[in-house]
Design a binder for this molecule. Structure first.
Ligand SMILES: NC(=O)c1ccc[n+]([C@@H]2O[C@H](COP(=O)([O-])OP(=O)(O)OC[C@H]3O[C@@H](n4cnc5c(N)ncnc54)[C@H](O)[C@@H]3O)[C@@H](O)[C@H]2O)c1
Length: 450
């Protein structure tokens, strides 16, 4: 018997031969999250349900199933469990989920058990409290736990501008880029040794004596950055498949290979390898574009190119319309996706998803904004647009389009939450729930029903 309740109706999404099979009444696990999470979730659920109803007139509907994580897990399980096994199992079993933001408690302890959040000063093979073997070298958030345990290896962030949203650049309408950020390796693997510890000295001695590596100063902390063929290829493969499916003109491999040849440079090389070996007929490289096609992309092909990470920041500002899909390593993707979101109006309306093979969780990209919790004031746009991504992932494009129309309509009518209202002359300030209602009002039912 699980602590969460199964809905009274609904069918499981299946995954066969690399494809999702979505019934007309999928069961979708969700958790609202901490802080302002419940406020934005309430608005989001109303908007998604209204769009599905409007698009499919009762032929399709979502059976929502609440599972627990973060504070709701502490309340429903025991006081140390922030990420219950049942929640992980539910996301794995039901395949598609959506979540609000979660609190990430900070602390000075050295190790933490991801299953029960036990704070430990050394690293036993299994957690003394819950016997889990999921003990990480330093505090990792529940979000990281979800990504790691479900192997959600791609963090996908579509970044575009919505007409009327205040933003710092001159031509925000040129920006429409989907960023695929590798989610499992790079410096986020958490392999770090604290300066002054015996472990750090051991690593330092090994590197300087046995590997003959020069480290500028002996009083260094040391971090290790793994980038693998497996991690790179599956991420780039997903990005290229996305570009082909969505008729996007290019995939750009973003890396820092000019400095880190065997990690970032290898990412670029393995990325090109995937394109050449698995998508030969559907892709051309930049060299081929000029050598064989006089700089004109042949119809139906995806251009695969690469850019150095720092240059990409400039390109996003100066020539964003030359980019449509980005595939990049974890740290580059972290910086790039937040900078891109800021460029077109901020994190308040930037959606995101963590996607693996056959499992995906859609989420707000901002945090819990605890000072606004339960005040019904924050912008639910990020979670609502994550809902749009989720509907697209299900193949329910008509409902997704209705939400985008509704959001565009609400913004163009200047009926927005405080964060946008304070930057828009003549705008009317709405509460979080009222903004959700405005989106529903602004949906048209012009989209074709299934
Ligand atoms: N994905 C996640 O679950 C996630 C992401 C980031 C931070 N966090 C956690 O959230 C908590 C708070 O973190 P923080 O204060 O650094 O970041 P935050 O994103 O919660 O808030 C920073 C500020 O951004 C603004 N803001 C955030 N969301 C908004 C919204 N929907 N509408 C309007 N304004 C909004 C508010 O002014 C807020 O004070 C921490 O525990 C942190 O670890 C969680």
């Amino acid at each position: 018997m699980t602590k969460y309740k199964l809905p009274t109706s609904g069918t499981k999404i299946e995954y066969k031969d690399g494809k999702l099979r979505v019934p007309n009444d999928p069961i979708i696990p969700f958790f609202p999250g901490d802080g302002t999470g419940p406020d934005i979730w309430r608005a989001t659920r109303i908007v998604i349900d209204a769009a599905v109803e409007k698009a499919y007139k009762g032929k399709r509907n979502i059976s929502w199933m609440e599972v627990f994580a973060g504070l709701t897990a502490l309340k429903n399980y025991d006081k140390d469990t922030v990420l219950p096994q049942e929640t992980l199992d539910a996301f794995r079993e039901y395949r598609i989920g959506i979540k609000g933001p979660l609190t990430t408690p900070a602390g000075s302890f050295k190790f933490v058990c991801l299953d029960c959040a036990a704070e430990l000063m050394d690293r036993p093979a299994t957690c003394p409290k819950c016997r889990s073997e999921w003990i990480t070298p330093r505090f990792r958030s529940v979000n990281v736990g979800l990504r790691q345990k479900l192997d959600l290896y791609a963090c996908v962030r579509p970044v575009r501008w919505f007409t009327g949203v205040p933003c710092p650049v001159k031509s925000p309408e040129k920006f429409n880029i989907v960023i695929f950020r590798e989610n499992t390796e790079d410096i986020y693997a958490g392999i770090e040794f604290q300066q002054g510890t015996p472990e750090c000295k051991k690593v330092y001695d090994f590197l300087t004596s046995e590997m003959k590596v020069k480290i500028p100063f002996p009083d260094s902390g040391i971090g290790i950055k793994p980038i693998s063929i497996t991690g790179t290829k599956r991420l780039v493969r997903m990005a290229i498949k996305y570009a082909i499916a969505h008729k996007k003109p290019s995939v750009t491999l973003v890396h820092k290979g000019n400095i880190q040849k065997f990690t970032e440079g290898a990412f670029r090389d393995w990325g090109y390898e995937v394109a050449a070996q698995e998508f030969r007929d559907q892709t051309v490289t930049e060299t081929e574009l000029w050598d064989k096609h006089e700089g004109k992309l042949p119809a139906g092909k995806v251009l695969v190119k690469d850019r150095i990470a720092d240059q990409t920041f400039q390109q996003f500002l100066l020539r964003p319309d030359e980019y449509s899909v980005i595939a990049t390593t974890n740290l580059n993707g972290d910086y790039l996706s937040d900078a891109a979101a800021a460029q077109v109006g901020g994190l308040g309306i930037a959606p995101g998803a963590n996607i693996g093979d056959g499992v995906a969780i859609f989420e707000a990209t901002h945090g819990t904004a605890p000072k606004y919790a339960n005040k019904d004031v924050v912008n639910p746009g990020s979670l609502i647009l994550s809902g749009v991504m989720m509907l697209e992932h299900l193949g329910w494009q008509e409902a997704a389009d209705l939400i985008v129309k509704g959001l565009e309509g609400a913004i163009q009518a200047k009926t927005v939450t405080y964060d946008l209202e304070r930057q828009m002359a003549g705008a009317k300030k709405l509460k979080c729930s009222e903004f959700g209602a405005a989106i529903v009002r602004n949906m048209t039912d012009a989209a074709g029903a299934a």
